[in-house]
Design a protein around this ligand. Sequence first.
Ligand SMILES: Cc1cc2nc3c(=O)[nH]c(=O)nc-3n(C[C@H](O)[C@H](O)[C@H](O)COP(=O)(O)OP(=O)(O)OC[C@H]3O[C@@H](n4cnc5c(N)ncnc54)[C@H](O)[C@@H]3O)c2cc1C
Length: 393
Amino acid sequence: MEKIIRSRTGAEISEADERQLLDTIRVWLRRDVEDKVLDLEHADEYPHEMVAQMKELGLFGATIPAEYGGLGLPAQTYAKIVATISETWMSLTGIFNSHLMMAAAVERFGTEEQKNRFLPRFASGELRGGLALTEPHCGTDLQAIRTKAVRDGDDYVVNGGKTWISNGIEGGAVALLVKTDTDIEPRHKGMSLFIAEKGPGFTTGRKLKKLGYKGIDSAELIFEDYRLPAANLIGGVEGRGFHQTVGGLELGRINIAARGVGVATAALNRAVEYAQIRETMGKPIGEHQAIQLKIGDMATKRRAAELLMLDAAMAYDRGERCDMEAGMAKLFASETALENATECMRIHGAYGYSAEFPVERYFRDAPLMCIGEGTNEMQRIIIARQMLARNPA
Ligand SMILES: Cc1cc2nc3c(=O)[nH]c(=O)nc-3n(C[C@H](O)[C@H](O)[C@H](O)COP(=O)(O)OP(=O)(O)OC[C@H]3O[C@@H](n4cnc5c(N)ncnc54)[C@H](O)[C@@H]3O)c2cc1C
């Protein structure tokens, strides 16, 4: 009997339909993406044409329920899509990952009115955006943010700034984390999350220059007496923003794990191919034991990363708390991406260092996964705390 995969909201997809969806995406990657990545990446150019195609594919609504116009995919299917696209160009996944994190905040915590108002526009890709949490002085310690929203009639007036925000320039909205009470203790009780659409008082600064993850815009956001309708406060009640943000990070970490799996897979595949083509001492380098040891480790870790990603996604789809599983997947997959990228470069020798091949890009893209959605140092702490909490002596 055909296996059915279920999302946490009860939506279903058969394995055959999932295979077909992944095949469609692979055809698109081969036909419209693969040959263009090198130029766009080196120019750090936003891939407008590909974004239009991603809209057609429904990727901006991938995890948004069908009743709001999305595909309503389970996390497992979504993770496989992200891994598949990341094999070709990891940056593309950030354009809809961050957007879907914003959508998930509305879907999980928004009022019915907010879901009806925002989710169909998010799902079609008409209104795209991301998650605006980080500020110049704080990333990990989110409770230290300083951007402030003060109630004024039917609006809030926002002042402050965010940085490193993915889709900050090209997007039209963000899920914006602010302080609505700066005095309250504990500090998280004074934090609120809004959907902020661009308008007077909400401007973007420069596109930040980065080691990798190019093409997609990472930007500063500036709020100067920006009037934000109170109707955009997610869930309609102040003080829940920290909980709403942290609640979305499980899916965010599964996203990052999937990106790591994609980059680790690309690096492995390139290495396996090159090891059979390049010869030294009269034989393909893949016949030298030193190279075999590398490939053995790369393949094993890649597979382990994939299984951890699926394990976390399945727990998420079952509706279970999975911060530990998502943390393990994110930690292991991102470190594997970095290791595989480094080994792939070594196996390629000088060609691995060349800007004319994709190998050096994996090496520049991989470290981001160790930083984003909670650094890997923090993942280890989250995993350890859960181990202790779940196993009382
Ligand atoms: C390309 C890119 C895209 C990004 N996109 C977004 C986005 O879309 N939206 C957004 O809001 N942010 C985004 N970020 C920001 C990212 O989420 C933060 O960089 C990340 O959370 C880490 O914060 P930080 O850089 O301020 O480091 P810090 O918090 O200053 O940490 C510095 C170091 O200290 C360690 N550390 C911190 N606290 C502890 C602790 N308690 N115990 C042990 N070690 C600790 C960290 O692990 C790290 O090694 C992006 C960043 C990059 C590079």
